[in-house]
Design a protein around this ligand. Structure first.
Ligand SMILES: Cc1cc2nc3c(=O)[nH]c(=O)nc-3n(C[C@H](O)[C@H](O)[C@H](O)COP(=O)(O)OP(=O)(O)OC[C@H]3O[C@@H](n4cnc5c(N)ncnc54)[C@H](O)[C@@H]3O)c2cc1C
Length: 473
């Protein structure tokens, strides 16, 4: 309503929705159309008097349904034009199914919404007729970065519970936090969280700056925010994936740190574990978001908004030449920056080859798209982490940030391995013979890690957590 509503709609609903006297629900999914949201069957037909739309259909998995006052419902006018509508809870013909029996997030209400000749005043059409997809998908862009931040919040709580428990639980006469295997887990939880947090801050700042730029160019507040989020839709999709997967990782290791008590419904990890899992499913499943991210990158390339093929070809050229030893660079973080630049080359090499090989049938090569998405996500997150640490070191000095620098380096080391694995899989499936040999050689060159003592770095990161007895980065 805020982004697409008329002034009258905003005046009617926004004050109540913002002060909490009104609750909202968002009704896109149907029993037969989840990921394929535009395959919705709910239909709207204008009545003979031309005053109301008559809606018929069924919406599934609607969060807040049980306590919502206002429902945004997507339906196809005459079965064709996908359009948004605002329905009040007492709309004649709107009724609710029973509460779903869910694995987790049991504090939320999730019910079906039935529309049986639901009578909706014409003025309750939201946005333009036939442009419902703009509402549905633009709102999801913003929802995705917020979901990543929410996941991080959950992960922080879980990490704090994990370290507290590890400090309290004694086995073999020692707190389990003294054991290297447990320290590894505590450190790795923190490293992945710090990394995704860095990427969230980076994308958040990028969106904010773009919004300011669009405002200065004369756009209204809502158009500016939507436009800015659209500009960084790739990042929002990548963050949704990484944020929800970091939360699941942190929670899974939380269960492990708690041992048998992690499996007990009387201890907190049980609920954390069940609550975290949904985040990989809603706001677009992680499979859909991975494909979306790559699809958007490739489309930007085809539209000329980013130069994809140029760098991809330059990388191919570079592969044909003998690697230069280069001049030694002793500027700050030169090795890490070079490693990240190389990861980008690996992504471009694989993405460029995929476009050349498959052209329009690339959408059918989902495994390759997943490989590219994983490579891009790890590269973006690793770079964001290093940029953040570099910026903070400039302000506070290296000593104050030594553990954060450890985290950036361990994350980079892990990212290199993952980029190498995904790249190898993609290259093996797309190429053969000399081309394959050349590309494998390139991948090895671009994912050659500097040997770094990750064990000691993780121990230092864990020591900070153990000392603070909470998540402290
Ligand atoms: C607790 C909860 C709350 C929710 N809240 C809301 C809400 O408030 N409003 C709302 O509108 N919806 C809501 N949803 C729905 C949610 O967004 C959908 O469940 C989600 O989009 C997936 O749709 P689906 O369940 O139909 O799965 P499907 O689309 O059937 O997907 C099943 C599997 O197939 C994969 N898949 C599907 N299509 C493809 C493809 N083209 N290529 C590769 N893999 C594919 C998916 O990634 C998934 O792994 C909620 C769901 C839950 C469980």
């Amino acid at each position: 309503i805020l982004y697409f509503g008329t002034d009258a709609q905003k005046q009617k609903y926004i004050p109540g929705l913002t002060d909490g006297t009104l609750m909202g629900a968002y009704c896109l999914t149907e029993p037969g159309s989840g990921s394929d949201a535009l395959g919705a069957k709910t239909k709207a037909v204008l009545n003979a008097e031309g005053t109301h739309y008559v809606l018929n259909g069924q919406k599934m998995w609607i969060t807040n349904a049980g306590f919502a006052d206002v429902f945004i419902v997507f339906a196809k006018i005459d079965g064709e034009q996908f359009t948004g509508f605002i329905l009040d809870k007492d709309t004649p013909g709107l009724s609710l199914g029973n509460e779903e029996h869910k694995m987790g997030i049991k504090g939320s209400s999730t019910r079906q919404v039935f529309l049986t000749d639901a009578l909706v005043p014409k003025e309750n059409v939201l946005g333009e007729i036939g442009k419902g997809h703009l509402i549905a998908f633009n709102v999801l862009n913003i929802g995705r970065i917020k979901l990543a931040a929410a996941c991080l919040g959950g992960a922080k709580a879980t990490a704090t519970q994990s370290v507290k428990y590890a400090n309290e639980r004694v086995q073999f006469k020692l707190p389990i936090s003294k054991f290297g295997a447990i320290r590894y887990k505590l450190a790795q939880q923190a490293i992945r969280m710090y990394a995704v947090e860095s990427a969230i801050y980076r994308a958040g700042e990028d969106i904010y700056r773009k919004e300011q730029e669009l405002l200065a160019s004369g756009l209204g507040t809502n158009e500016a925010l939507l436009g800015a989020a659209r500009e960084f839709a790739v990042e929002c999709a990548m963050l949704k994936v990484e944020g929800s997967e970091v939360l699941d990782y942190v929670t899974d290791e939380g269960v492990q740190i708690y041992g048998g008590y992690g499996f007990s419904a009387d201890y907190p990890m049980d609920r954390n574990y069940r609550d975290s899992r949904i985040n990989r499913i809603f706001e677009g499943t992680n499979e859909i978001n991975r494909m979306l991210a790559v699809d958007m990158i490739l489309k930007k390339g085809l539209k000329g908004e980013i130069d994809l093929m140029g760098p991809a070809q330059a990388v191919q050229q570079e592969l044909m030449s003998i690697p230069s030893m280069g001049e030694s660079d002793d500027s700050a973080f030169a090795a890490e920056k070079k490693a990240i630049a190389n990861l980008k080359k690996a992504v471009l090499m694989v993405a460029g080859t995929a476009v050349q090989k498959y052209m329009n049938s690339l959408a059918k090569e989902q495994e390759v798209l997943m490989n590219i998405a994983d490579m891009a996500i790890k590269t973006y997150t690793a770079e964001s982490t290093l940029l953040r640490v570099e910026k903070e070191i400039a302000a506070k000095g290296e000593e104050a940030l030594s553990r954060q620098l450890d985290m950036a380096r361990v994350y980079l080391s892990d990212a290199i391995d993952l980029v190498e694995k995904s790249g190898r899989e993609a290259i093996a499936s797309m190429t053969e013979g000399d081309e394959q040999r050349l590309m494998s050689m390139g991948l090895k060159r671009f994912t050659k890690p500097d040997l770094f003592n990750v064990k000691d770095a993780r121990r230092r990161v864990a020591a900070g957590l153990i000392e603070a007895n909470e998540y402290c980065y």
